[in-house]
Each structure stands twice: as C-alpha cells, then as structure tokens.
Design a protein around this ligand. Structure first.
Ligand code: A3P
Length: 345
C-alpha cells in the first residue's frame, strides 16, 4: 500500500516537474524572442552620438534585478559584460515637487532602457550630514549601469531646500533638472494627507487641513504652513534660477501624468535627448488602483505602492477657493518663467 502511494506521488511530482520545466522553457523562449525583436536603442545628443550606442535587453534585465543571476554564473554571455558596469553620478535629477508624482515619474522613466534609477531617495544635497560625506559617497549610492545609460535620482526635498541649487551646480553645472508639479491646492492637500496618515499610524490626532491652511487670526492663507509654501512653485524656482538657466529645467505636468502619462513621458525623453522608447505597451490602466501601472515586458509589470494615490479628506470648498485665489498670481509667474501654461484654476 505504502509502496503504491509512493509510486503515485512520484508520478505526480514528475508530471508537475515537467509542467514547470515546460512553462519555464516557454517563458525563456518568449523573452528570448522579445530580446531579438527589441530594436537597437541609439542615444543622441549629450548622452552619445545617434547610432553609436546600443541598449539590448541586457540593460532591461539588469534593471529587473537579474544582475545577481549573472553573478551566480547563470549566464556566461552576460558575465562577459559585467566589467562594463559602473556607478555613475546622475545626469538628470527629479528635484521635486513633493507629492507631485515624483515616484511615478522616476519609475516610468525607468522603463526606458537607457535610464537607470536610483531606487531610494538619497538626500545627498539637502542633508548636511550626507553632504559632508562627499561626492564619492553619493556616487557609491548610485545603481550600477552601463556607461551609455544615464542615472536618474529623485529627492523631492531638493526643490525647497535653500542650499541645494548651489551644491548641485558645484557637482555638475550642466545637469538636467526635472520638476513635476500638480495644481498647487491639490498638491498641498496631498501633502497634508501624507502627514495625517503618518500621525494616524502613530495613533496621534492632527489638525484639520482648514485649520492649518488658513490663519485663524487674519482668515487669510497661512503662508507659514509648509504645505502651502511648497506649492508656491515660482518662489522656489527663482532660487534655482540664480544657478541654472531655464533651459536646464523641464516641467512635468503631474496632473496629466496621472491621466495620460505617455505624452508627458515623451516630452521628458525629448528633453533628455533620449530616443523615444517608452510606448503605450509599457503603461496600462489598472481600474482597481485607479492609476496607470507599468509593464516592462510580458513577465514584469507593477503598480506603484498603495501610499501613492491616497484618498484625500474632504476640504471646505471656501478654503479651496481661497487657496486657489492665493496661488493664482504665483502660478501666472510660474507659467511665464517656465513657458509652460498649465491652466490651473
Ligand atoms: P496622491 O496620493 O495625492 O494621489 P510623490 O511620488 O511625489 O509622493 O507623488 C504621489 C502622487 O503621485 C500621488 O498623490 C498620485 O496621485 C500621483 N501619481 C501619479 N501617477 C501615479 C501612478 N501611476 N500611480 C500612483 N500614483 C500616481
């Protein structure tokens, strides 16, 4: 009886094993064919001459965290190229704005085979302790990439921190700077929502948004409230313009990145002098999340974490109107300086 059961179990395991191996072989074959189908990605402009550089799927594989597989010796072909990998300083930085959609922008740009993202916010330029560790410390925080690729990092605190423009200028005066903005009142509420969630997690009570955003003594907008100050984009940008010409900045419309990401990403590709490689295939709308998610290939896709896309608390409409009226002149100036009109109310 026992022998019969063992034989039956062995047979089952054999069938399951064959199925698993079959599926694996199928997937490998599909990825392989995608690899071959993938057109060569030439880099142009400052990041290399058109047609000289190639970005085969190995770049994507690397970005999907398969590097350690190569290291383990699973792919002798890829191992040959390992010595090419370097940790490069970023050629572009997403400097802000907090709650503008900085994570979505970074992750979406990372779909491009010529882009490698620094996964963590490094806070090198805004944190004195980190800055004191020196530029080599910063470079070592960067992911490995091939020389033809560009590294991008994002730390939204850079945009509002006094010392940062000068520090970045000292590292690279021709760096490209990306700023993703949302309608200022919505951004301020999003900012508040994040803080509120943190307080709730610690079982702490917090003020209502209205109480923070409006000064109870004057009934005017409270410009001391950080979430309000951060949304006065033009004030912060003016500090940056003391160091960098406006041509080195690109403004991303964060509201449009939510509803229609591809055209926004195509504008960034252009700004970074990258060949257009992000396509509609890479972005699919996930009705459950209510946001676009990312598709790298037939196997790898992902949505952003649940902390992105929180439900905002309801805010008194008269406070919203007051805030919008307050931001209006700053927005006009922002459009004028950047040359990008965003038609905020
Ligand atoms: P909300 O949480 O207010 O909706 P950041 O990464 O700078 O903190 O920005 C967070 C914001 O990114 C979210 O704000 C969300 O609206 C926006 N966002 C843009 N595209 C997104 C996407 N594809 N998935 C999730 N959030 C996205």
């Amino acid at each position: 009886m026992l022998f019969k059961q063992q034989a039956w179990l062995r047979q089952k395991l054999l069938v399951l094993g064959s199925l698993a191996v079959g599926s694996l072989l199928y997937l490998v074959a599909r990825v392989g064919s995608l690899d071959r189908l993938q057109p060569i990605c030439p880099i142009e402009g400052r990041f290399g001459a058109r047609g000289q550089a190639e970005f085969p799927l190995r770049a994507l594989q690397f970005k999907r965290g398969l590097l350690h597989e190569f290291r383990k010796g699973n792919s002798s072909k890829e191992q040959v190229h390992l010595h090419d990998l370097v940790q490069q300083l970023p050629k572009a930085i997403i400097i802000g704005v907090r709650k503008g959609g900085t994570r979505a922008l970074l992750e979406m740009l990372n779909l491009h085979p010529a882009v490698v993202k620094a996964s963590q916010e490094i806070h090198f330029f805004d944190n004195d302790e980190n800055y004191a560790k020196g530029i080599e410390w910063y470079r070592k925080k960067m992911p490995f990439s091939y020389p033809q690729q560009i590294t991008i990092e994002k730390s939204p605190a850079y945009f509002i921190t006094e010392e940062v423009p000068e520090r970045i200028y000292k590292m690279n005066s021709s760096i490209k700077l990306l700023i993703i903005v949302r309608e200022p009142t919505t951004r301020a509420i999003s900012d508040y929502t994040q803080v509120l969630e943190g307080k709730e997690r610690k079982n702490k009570t917090y003020y209502k948004f209205e109480k923070l955003a409006i000064d109870p003594n004057t009934c005017e907008v409270n410009t001391k409230y950080k979430a309000v100050r951060t949304s006065i984009y033009t004030k912060h940008l003016e500090r940056w313009l003391k160091y960098f010409p406006i041509e080195q900045f690109h403004i991303v419309d964060g509201d449009r990145l939510i509803t229609e990401p591809l055209p926004e990403l195509q504008l960034v590709e252009k700004f970074l002098n990258l060949p257009p490689r992000i396509s509609q295939y890479n972005l699919y709308f996930n009705a459950t999340r209510g946001f676009y998610c990312l598709r790298f290939n037939i196997i790898f896709n992902k949505c952003l974490a649940g902390s992105k896309g929180r439900i905002h608390p309801e805010v008194d409409p008269s406070v919203i109107t007051k805030l919008r009226k307050f931001f209006h002149p700053f927005n006009q100036k922002f459009y004028q300086i950047t040359g990008r009109t965003l038609n905020w109310p």
